[in-house]
Design a protein around this ligand. Structure first.
Ligand code: SME
Length: 174
């Protein structure tokens, strides 16, 4: 797969925001997601909706999507953005680390990581990233939620807190 740094017409560069604005926007987005997904059970429907609403509200969300656990590795699931890698082994990339360790990964500068091993650049514009493990009601890993920004330092504890809360509420309750 050949990835170009040229952004297609439907993709815009990330814009970082202050923590206070992040909290305000996440609270609003979380309320919208909770209202829309009330009573919904299908995971793909929930993933697609979460992608859409978080990417709509958060200006630094560049590539937003889920990688699903399938046959001992990760496969691309619902996402918004440029072409995402189709398969990711658990021993590669930020997604593989989040899956292996079952812990959220925040990367302030993706280019500081060993490319191809510790970071997989599906899009060369990716500069920072957060990857959050997703568990079902039995606490089994079912996916990871992956967000890239085209700016460095876009993600911090606020993104971790809100994305873990949203994903736990919609995927990890029995
Ligand atoms: N950057 C991820 C790969 C997925 S693309 O960003 C959509 C990683 O290093 O695992």
């Amino acid at each position: 797969m050949v990835s170009s740094s040229e952004m297609p017409y439907f993709v815009r560069p990330s814009i970082n925001i202050a923590d206070a604005e992040k909290v305000e926007i996440y609270a609003k987005a979380q309320a919208e997601i909770d209202a829309l997904l009330q009573g919904e059970t299908h995971p793909i429907l929930k993933m697609a909706t979460i992608n859409c609403l978080l990417k709509t509200h958060l200006t630094y969300y560049y590539w937003t999507g889920f990688y699903l656990v399938h046959e001992e590795h990760l496969i691309v699931g619902p996402y918004q953005g440029t072409l995402g890698c189709l398969h990711i082994d658990f021993d590669r990339g930020v997604c593989g680390k989040a899956a292996r360790e079952k812990m959220t990964q925040i990367v302030t500068d993706t280019h500081a990581l060993e490319q191809g091993k510790d970071h997989i650049a599906c899009d060369p514009n990716s500069q920072s990233e957060i990857v959050v493990p997703v568990f079902n009601g039995k606490k089994e890993l079912i996916a990871v939620f992956d967000v890239d920004s085209s700016e460095k330092n876009s993600f911090n504890h606020i993104d971790q807190t809100y994305s873990e809360s949203i994903l736990n509420h919609h995927f990890s309750q029995e």
